[in-house]
Design a binder for this molecule. Structure first.
Ligand code: NAP
Ligand code: GLV
Length: 313
């Protein structure tokens, strides 16, 4: 069995060594431009079109992340490019859910306890006590209740905060009030104080963080975007901060990454920026998950995490 590996900026030797240990019978090689030799599986992150186009020998393509928007964008630009017979399978948690819960909890608690404002006061050497946010109206709304969103929502509920969650189909998450579908979108947003985005980037969710969405939130709400930059209408965020409809935002993802040095977000003190690190792909956990699924597919078993290409996630 032959496996192609491609992950820019990764320590390819370490990944290949881990795959060799997890799948001793497999021949796992790093894909390089021009490599058209046969392969049964591909394990990739943001692959170039040339790697996958016309590879009808592939049985499955494993995406080394939760979001498959980069691969589906290739297919959108070059219809028919993805090997028809190959399943596209994304990572499910594999160590990302706890990281995401840490990141989002930190951001929510920072706003709840007004540490962002205390930092600004400290910068001015000012000793001033701020009124606490009332906990019962500090409603956190989580967009997306999938593998990551449901874990994040459940973790936040553990702090005793009122938490809502929104998905396409109705989901049940312990301690979380859930809403589903476009018809319940405005009811979900109504009065939310912190909006957390964990939706996949699809044609349906692009630009979802816009002036309409912000206008439904509580006055002076907060935004935490950890999903994709394409979800956010950037000017609408700047306008909402200027008008006071939003108080602050924490952004981990951007339309253009790295965020260009002259981007206005860098100059806005109410925006906190991190470089797409809220949940990193962990090598050990990811290799174990992919190897287990390859083994199952070879045995003829079904696996979870298969992407619905039409749906986009
Ligand atoms: P997932 O398990 O596929 O969950 C997606 C959730 O979004 C599901 O609850 C789904 O609803 C909901 N959804 C999809 N389209 C919707 C729509 N049009 N309206 C309402 N709800 C919709 O994905 P995941 O593993 O949790 O990951 C979520 C995203 O996080 C990824 O796609 C990726 O972009 C991002 N991410 C970012 C980082 C980072 O470091 N910044 C790391 C990992 C992942 P149903 O439950 O009804 O299907
Ligand atoms: C990272 O952004 C991922 O989708 O896993």
């Amino acid at each position: 069995m032959k496996v192609l590996f491609y992950m820019p900026h990764a320590d390819a030797r370490a990944w290949l060594n881990d795959f060799a240990r997890a799948l001793p019978e497999a021949d796992v090689r790093e894909w390089r431009p021009g490599d058209t030799a046969p392969a049964d599986f591909a394990v990739v992150w943001r692959p170039p079109r040339e790697m996958l186009a016309g590879r009808d020998d592939l049985r499955a393509i494993f995406n080394l992340g939760a979001g498959v928007d980069a691969i589906l964008a290739l297919e959108h630009e070059h219809p028919g490019m993805l090997p028809r017979a190959a399943q596209l399978i994304r990572l499910e948690d594999s160590g990302m859910a706890p990281q995401m819960a840490e990141y989002v909890s930190h951001a929510v608690l920072r706003y709840l306890r007004r540490f962002d404002e205390y930092q600004m006061l400290q910068n001015e050497h000012r000793w001033q006590v701020l009124d606490p946010h009332p906990r019962d109206t500090f409603i956190v709304g989580v967009l997306g209740l999938g593998v990551l969103g449901s874990h994040v929502a459940h973790t936040l509920a553990g702090f005793g905060l009122p938490v809502r969650g929104y998905s396409r189909g109705m989901r049940v998450v312990d301690g979380v009030a859930t809403f589903a579908g476009q018809a319940q979108f405005d009811a979900f947003l109504d009065g939310v104080k912190v909006l957390v985005n964990l939706l996949p980037h699809t044609p349906d969710t692009r630009d979802v963080l816009d002036v309409h969405t912000f206008s439904k939130l509580a006055r002076g709400a907060y935004l935490i975007n950890v999903a994709r930059g394409a979800h956010l209408v950037e000017q609408d965020l700047l306008d909402a901060l200027a008008s006071g409809q939003l108080t602050a935002a924490t952004l981990d993802v951007f339309r253009e990454e790295p965020l260009p040095p002259d981007h206005p977000f860098w100059r806005e003190p109410r925006i906190t920026i991190t470089p797409h690190v809220s949940a990193l792909t962990l090598r050990e956990e990811s290799v174990a998950q992919v190897a287990q699924k390859i083994t199952a597919l070879i045995r003829g078993e079904r696996v979870s995490g298969v992407v619905d290409i039409e749906r986009g996630y």
